[in-house]
Design a protein around this ligand. Structure first.
Ligand SMILES: [Zn+2]
Length: 453
């Protein structure tokens, strides 16, 4: 027979074991999911960022997460766009490029966000692009074409998504949506904000917020000072979204997209990719720290596809690239059109390259630039962002950046996306499912599984 003191010790240690088991079980349950998507962010964009912002051995925060996988990214057509890629990750179905959570027969496909709502969780979508653009749309709407922004905005509200933050204000207005969706949102009980100061003041207890910070895309981080932008960073949006969503006792699902990594990559814009990826990485750090502190939270980082085949070459000119302070799109806005309106003046081309990228273009190079920025069918000038692509490609070439060449990009329907597999990084319960090499359709299965009762 045990002495009384020993019996007490046995009881105490049994209690300890039980409580450890229960804590482990409680921690193993996934209450919250934070999905971070770096649009167009392949391994090359990550390596470019860590090399440019640090050195050859520097690690980004996302690279410190414990579970790592590789994801193949095709759509039914081959190289994917963001709509088909988002649909695969959000719903588990491969579709044609341009389709938003809808198959070729017009059937709506349920997303992991829809399932989170079935499980009574709070839901949120964030994008530095328009919040109605392809990637966030695939989680919260179903339409046959990604261009249907007004309809997507309508469905986001109809689906009762609690936190909606990003650009794309135009799609919530009467002209695009057929009704004033901002007025409707306010009536539904959403707090509505339009700049970073207002976002800061949002009260989490209210539970619902729509923040639309630009009519179209949010500004590139590198251009914000010059544009006197009052937009929040992805980090500020992610922080507030988690504050608001975590008020829900049933947990939450949040998708936060670093969207302009893709846009900068299309333009072969190295400093742009670096700035956007660093903001994305800071948001990941916040999410992982929050998950570590609060438990029961899965944080998963992924890209939808890779854009423009980025690589850090040996002769890359790091210093010259990192001295560039604005985006190629911004530079395009500083060019002066000729009187005919179908070219830019040679003088302004040379001046812009010199002033913003410290490059001397010969007159022949400036003329060649002019021949690459007009639409073949009617001879009109490209949109500003696409003129930016040409500027970025010249800057990249002159600084020995490894990217898909401009003439190859011109032959691509996606504007330079590639079939390159992308990395997955994950932290928290049930994230072992992301290990290994998986299809983009298998990605969503891990998320669905994690939310099953
Ligand atoms: Zn893209």
């Amino acid at each position: 027979m045990l002495k009384k003191s020993k019996r007490l010790m046995v009881v105490a240690s049994l209690f300890l074991i039980f409580s450890l088991v229960f804590t482990a079980a409680a921690q193993a349950e996934v209450k919250n999911i934070i999905l971070m998507i770096g649009d167009g962010m392949g391994i090359g964009q990550m390596d470019m960022t860590r090399y440019m912002a640090g050195d050859k051995d520097y690690k980004l925060e996302m690279m410190k997460m414990p579970n790592v996988g590789l994801m193949m990214t095709s759509s039914t057509e081959g190289v994917t766009d963001s709509a088909a890629a988002g649909t695969a990750m959000a719903t588990g179905n491969k579709v044609y490029n341009g389709a938003v959570a809808m198959n070729k027969n017009g059937a709506e496909l349920d997303s992991v966000l829809d399932f989170a709502e079935v499980r009574n969780k709070a839901t949120g979508i964030i994008s530095t692009n328009m919040v109605t653009d392809a990637t966030p749309a695939t989680f919260a709407a179903s339409v046959k074409d990604r261009g249907m922004g007004g309809e997507i905005a309508k469905q986001i509200l109809d689906n009762d998504v609690d936190v909606v933050l990003g650009g794309g204000r135009e799609d919530f207005m009467k002209e695009e949506a057929g009704e004033d969706l901002i007025a409707k949102a306010k009536k539904m009980g959403y707090q509505y904000v339009t700049d970073k100061e207002q976002l800061k003041r949002v009260m989490p207890m209210n539970g619902k917020v729509v923040g639309l910070f630009n009519d179209s895309y949010m500004n590139y981080i590198k251009d914000r000072d010059d544009l006197d932008s009052k937009e929040p960073s992805l980090l500020e949006m992610t922080t507030k979204a988690i504050d608001v969503l975590s008020e829900d006792e049933d947990g939450f699902f949040l998708m936060a997209e670093g969207a302009r990594i893709d846009h900068a990559a299309h333009a072969a814009d190295v400093p742009g990719v670096v700035a956007e990826t660093l903001d994305f990485d800071a948001s990941i750090k916040y999410a992982v720290d929050w998950a570590r502190e609060n438990g029961n939270t899965m944080v998963v980082v992924v890209a939808d596809h890779e854009t423009l085949g980025f690589s850090v070459t040996e002769p890359i000119n790091k210093e010259a690239l990192m001295n560039i302070e604005v985006s190629p799109e911004y530079m395009a806005g500083k060019l002066v059109e000729t009187e005919s309106g179908n070219a830019y003046t040679i003088d302004s081309i040379q001046r812009v390259f010199k002033e913003y990228a410290n490059l001397e273009l010969t007159e022949r190079e400036a003329r060649e630039f002019n021949s690459n920025i007009v639409n073949e069918d009617d001879g009109s000038l490209y949109y500003q962002y696409k003129v930016g692509w040409q500027i970025g490609s010249i800057i990249a070439k002159k600084n020995n950046v490894g990217v898909v060449a401009a003439d190859v990009r011109a032959k691509s329907d996606t504007g330079g996306h590639t079939l390159n597999s992308v990395p997955i990084f994950a932290f928290g319960p049930e994230t072992e499912g992301f290990n290994g090499v998986i299809q983009n359709t298998e990605f969503s299965k891990v998320l669905f599984e994690a939310m099953r009762p």
